[in-house]
Write a protein that binds this ligand. Structure first.
Ligand code: GUN
Length: 282
């Protein structure tokens, strides 16, 4: 392997530690409330990790577990309670929601100033217009990783594979705002390999194991793998053929230990930013 590994675990630890000291003398700790509906094993793991990191930093963390058959109105009622609670700065509803619940309506109910996931239409609109407040955690974490690695973005060609509201779309916007020339590939894109092969920066966010082949990567490219896919043998792999891609890339994120911990660190940073603003410390 010739590529440098972009160590999200190490960077996230550094950022979390700095945040711990930043919030230590605030009038009250930033408050994060997480709603988990049902018992999806992957969601349970993610939510538990968020709680552990929040505790380490000294955030006031609170989890609400709702049954898989909770009604839309009861879920919205819970969000209303959190919107009205002054000690809560950030509200996160873990996705995906069980069938039958309307995730768009749920997101729309979250007060924009507490939208630490950056998923509301208000947050998305602000980001699209280049005046971001609370930016979705995964793309924000990718930008931090690139900055920490000293990757020059201006004038570069970036290809984002995936166009979800959670990752692909905001990722493309952030890269474009950093003066990259951005192409977004999606399920109807013809010849994804050709697009990826032109990219100085590749971000894979499709949720399909090893979708991006190592042979597609332009020599010297920076490869960011957002995917976390569990194979039948229990192992975790990304959306990129990491080993093969690392033979050609200048730098690549491992899975696990790349983007994942950065997403959590950015959730903490967003919660602190929301608290700072709500406490008038800006
Ligand atoms: N499910 C997968 N990623 C995320 C995330 O970043 N936030 C929420 N709320 N749900 C998710």
């Amino acid at each position: 392997m010739s590529a440098t590994l972009l160590d999200g675990r190490a960077l996230s630890k550094k950022l979390n530690k700095a945040l711990k000291y930043t919030v230590a003398d605030w009038p009250r700790p930033p408050g994060l409330s997480v709603i988990l509906v049902g018992a999806d094993p992957a969601s349970e793991v993610y939510v538990r990790r968020k709680g552990i990191v929040a505790g380490r930093i000294g955030l006031a963390h609170h989890q609400i577990d709702l049954p898989v058959d909770v009604g839309q109105e009861e879920l919205l009622w819970n969000i209303d309670q959190l919107n009205a609670d002054d000690s809560v700065d950030g509200i996160l509803v873990q996705l995906p929601l069980p069938k039958g619940l309307d995730a768009d309506a749920v997101m729309a109910r979250i007060a924009p100033e507490k939208d630490v996931d950056g998923f509301t239409a208000t947050s998305a609109g602000k980001l699209a217009q280049g005046q971001p407040h609370l930016v979705p955690c995964t793309p924000k974490g990718v930008m931090e990783l690139l900055a920490d690695a000293g990757v020059e973005l201006s004038g570069k060609t970036a290809v984002v594979v995936g166009r979800s509201n959670i990752v692909g779309r905001p990722m493309a916007q952030l890269l474009e705002q950093a003066n990259c020339t951005v192409t977004v590939c999606h399920s109807r894109t013809q010849n994804v390999a050709e697009h990826v092969g032109r990219a100085d920066i590749v971000v894979a966010a499709v949720g399909r194991p090893h979708f991006v082949k190592g042979a597609w990567i332009k020599p010297g490219a920076i490869v960011i793998d957002v995917g976390i896919n569990r194979l039948e043998d229990g192992s975790l792999v990304g959306d990129v053929e990491t080993d093969a891609a690392a033979e050609r890339a200048a730098a690549i994120t491992p899975v696990p230990g790349g983007v994942g911990p950065m997403t959590i660190a950015m959730l903490m940073a967003n919660t602190a930013a929301a608290a700072k603003s709500r406490l008038g410390l800006d």
